[in-house]
Design a binder for this molecule. Structure first.
Ligand SMILES: Nc1ncnc2c1ncn2[C@@H]1O[C@H](COP(=O)(O)OP(=O)(O)OP(=O)(O)O)[C@@H](O)[C@H]1O
Ligand SMILES: [Mg+2]
Length: 256
């Protein structure tokens, strides 16, 4: 007997579109859209997730690749900068970088160049079309990202950036495939897990959470990505620690 497929299954396929074209910046392109409003809500929830101490640095990761880390961290960065806070967004994904494409800036001197001693602090900070938002691109892909990110020079850079900016945002690699995110998570005030609904594996998310806890990362909460309208009601309080925003990203708003 044939059964009818009612919904198109979301796939876990590696998505290389953003590597070539960057991610969609709806917060910049369409400031009055409901999705931009949802990013503003996410920003507010992150701000309120740390009441005792003002967050100076946050990191976005997920369990696997192509789950929306760059889309969410970059749009949250725009939303934050629009509140007149001086924000620096760092492409800490030295394996699958996208920030230079998204903001259309040069990637000749970036994070890897600084960590290797090939560029100065001033060289790597680039302004963007968004007032108050600055980016540090990945720089050329190095052969040893984990080693570079674990160096004292990384810690020193973050300290300098926290001094110069109101907020440091790291767009990091996935937590399960390489140790980069664990290394970075231990150096920031808070970590946010991006979880695409219907795509992320439950065991994978649990593993990512555990990996982050091993390095005593301060997990602020999770963002459910790609939640469809019909599934968003009654979804509050899903994952540990909190749930930011509502649903985000209707199929129609895809950049493709
Ligand atoms: N909510 C959404 N709705 C529609 N498309 C989305 C949504 N979130 C992400 N995408 C798309 O999914 C693809 C992967 O997103 P993105 O590059 O942000 O993921 P990533 O986790 O940073 O990937 P990588 O592991 O390569 O760094 C992109 O083409 C992006 O436009
Ligand atoms: Mg990315």
């Amino acid at each position: 007997m044939k059964t009818m497929q009612l919904f198109k299954k979301k796939t876990t396929k590696l998505d290389n579109y953003s590597l070539k074209h960057g991610v969609g910046l709806i917060t910049y392109d369409d400031p009055s859209s409901t999705i931009t409003e949802q990013f503003n809500t996410i920003r507010t929830n992150i701000q309120f997730s740390s009441v005792d101490k003002k967050l100076k640095s946050i990191l976005f990761t997920s369990s696997a690749s192509s789950e929306g880390k760059s889309t969410i961290s970059n749009n949250v960065g725009v939303s934050w900068a629009k509140q007149s806070e001086k924000v620096v967004l760092v492409d800490a994904d030295l394996r699958r970088p996208t920030i230079h494409k998204t903001f259309n800036v040069s990637n000749r001197a970036g994070l890897s160049s600084y960590l290797l001693g090939n560029a100065s602090f001033e060289d790597i900070i680039q302004p963007t079309m968004v007032h108050n938002l600055y980016v540090i691109t990945s720089g050329p892909v190095p052969p040893n990202p984990s080693e570079l990110l674990g160096s004292m020079r990384t810690q020193d850079l973050f300290t300098r950036l926290e001094d110069k900016f109101d907020l440091l945002i790291l767009d990091a690699p996935p937590a399960n495939s390489v140790t980069d995110s664990q290394i970075l998570a231990s150096k920031v005030d808070g970590v946010i897990l991006v979880i695409p609904q219907g795509i992320a594996e439950k065991a994978g998310v649990a593993h990512a959470k555990q990996a982050l806890e091993t390095v005593h990362a301060n997990i602020l909460g999770a963002i459910m990505n790609r939640v469809t309208k019909q599934k968003s009601s009654g979804y509050y309080g899903g994952y540990y620690g909190g749930y930011y925003g509502g649903y985000y990203g209707t199929e129609g708003k895809d950049k493709k």
